[in-house]
Design a protein around this ligand. Structure first.
Ligand code: SR1
Ligand code: MG
Ligand code: MG
Ligand code: MG
Length: 396
């Protein structure tokens, strides 16, 4: 196994040259990482124009620095999740070309000619089919990584292989703990302090958040992506691929669905500031339709797979439907936690922070906090898409 050292651009070039398929000798590298955790190089063959991505886990959280160490084991987890999800849904999973566990490096197909779904949503020109594609991806990967799709012996082994304790602890802190208390890791705009303080004193809310955290801790339903926000998804007009799976673990399906839905709703909340007037209202309507489409495609495809599964008990159609009712509720609850943590927690999103006008930005952030709270509190009673439509009417 190779010895770990932090890559320079020329290390990335050497690695790509040794392991990248069809790369020549005239290679250049540029650091393009804009995430919170890792360094990412784009290596280009100047003659053929071919390119690859070299992603390396650092021994700490990049956006915080060495004061928050984080296991490099996350690179092995990410490689495993991408391979597993790539087997069930190759059309929507970024291709892993090579990995080196010692160096904590992954070689990945380069999708930088594609666009991030978040960026397309911000620009107001996201393709209509992206939500359905993500619903298809979620149905396939969550089914095949669950007790519906796996024999119980195989599934128990997979739960152990993907236990990912440190990355899960990070999620537990930034999703379920910090935003509900006055913690130094939070990033709270001064104008949001009064509303944040109300959340910290809201006993009913904190009880539901505790229940969501508890399910996250103990409900090993399927191999999740673990960080499925709209910046973890590359798109073209008719394609979609998910990447950045280092938070993968066995958890509740609603966590992945809720992360994706939560990010669509963050964009919805940001629209009055991003696109004041009619354009923003049209975008909000699209976000709602995307949420409903994502869920419908997931629900229908998962139902078809699960009712045909090999387990004679779990395949019972009435049970599959009962199970999915709970997944829907979980999804709304986790979407609510995503809205809150992206507004006052450590890691924000451009959909809100990118709003230029300070007054409009504050209005949108307050709406995101209020909607997050309503989703968390209403998750158990918001029965279907029509109920969600009604709940969201106040935010349009
Ligand atoms: C410490 S920041 C952690 C967040 O960054 C990643 O992108 C994930 O979203 C995670 O929650
Ligand atoms: Mg089974
Ligand atoms: Mg990421
Ligand atoms: Mg990442």
């Amino acid at each position: 196994m190779s010895r770990y050292h932090i890559f320079s651009p020329s290390d990335a070039i050497d690695y790509a040259r040794r392991h990248g398929p069809g790369l020549g000798t005239e290679l250049s590298a540029e650091e393009v990482g804009d995430g919170n955790l890792n360094q990412v190089f784009r290596v280009v063959d100047e003659e053929s124009g071919r390119s690859v991505i070299v992603k390396q886990a650092l021994p700490y959280i990049r956006c915080v620095g060495e004061s928050w160490p984080l296991t490099r084991e996350r690179a092995r987890i990410e490689a495993g999740v991408l391979l597993q999800h790539g087997r069930c849904c190759p059309e929507h999973t970024v291709a892993l070309l090579h990995q080196d566990a010692g160096l904590s490096v992954l070689l990945l197909e380069d999708l930088s000619a594609w666009r991030l779904w978040r960026q397309a949503l911000l620009e107001g020109n996201a393709p209509a089919g992206a939500a359905a594609r993500l619903g298809h991806y979620l149905a396939r990967v969550l089914y095949h990584g669950s007790d519906f799709g796996l024999a119980s012996t195989a599934k128990r082994a997979e739960v152990a292989r993907f236990s990912n304790p440190e990355l899960c602890a990070t999620t537990e802190a930034v999703f379920f703990d910090d935003p509900y208390r006055d913690h130094q890791r939070n990033n709270i705009a001064p104008g949001l302090r009064p509303l944040a303080g109300q959340l910290w004193r809201d006993g009913a809310l904190k009880r539901r958040v505790a229940a969501l955290k508890h399910r996250f801790l103990c409900d090993a339903q399927a191999l999740l992506h673990g960080d499925l926000h709209t910046g973890s998804v590359f798109i073209t007009e008719d394609e979609l691929k998910v990447f950045d799976a280092e938070f993968g673990f066995y958890g509740p399906m609603g966590f992945d669905l809720g992360s994706a839905i939560g990010n669509l709703l963050l964009n919805l909340c940001g629209q009055p500031g991003l696109n004041p007037g009619e354009k923003g209202r049209a975008e909000q309507w699209r976000r709602l339709e995307e949420v409903l489409t994502l869920w419908r495609v997931f629900h229908d495809e998962f139902t078809a797979l699960a009712t045909g599964c090999a387990d004679p008990a779990l395949a019972e159609p009435s049970y599959v439907e009962e199970f999915l009712v709970q997944v829907w509720r979980d999804s709304l609850g986790y979407a609510g936690t995503e809205l809150i943590r992206r507004t006052i927690g450590i890691a924000h999103v451009t959909d809100l922070d990118g709003i230029d006008d300070a007054g409009l930005r504050l209005d949108c952030q307050q709406n995101a906090l209020r909607l997050g709270r309503e989703l968390i509190l209403g998750a158990e009673t918001c029965a279907d898409g029509n109920a969600l439509r009604a709940l969201l009417a106040a935010y349009g």
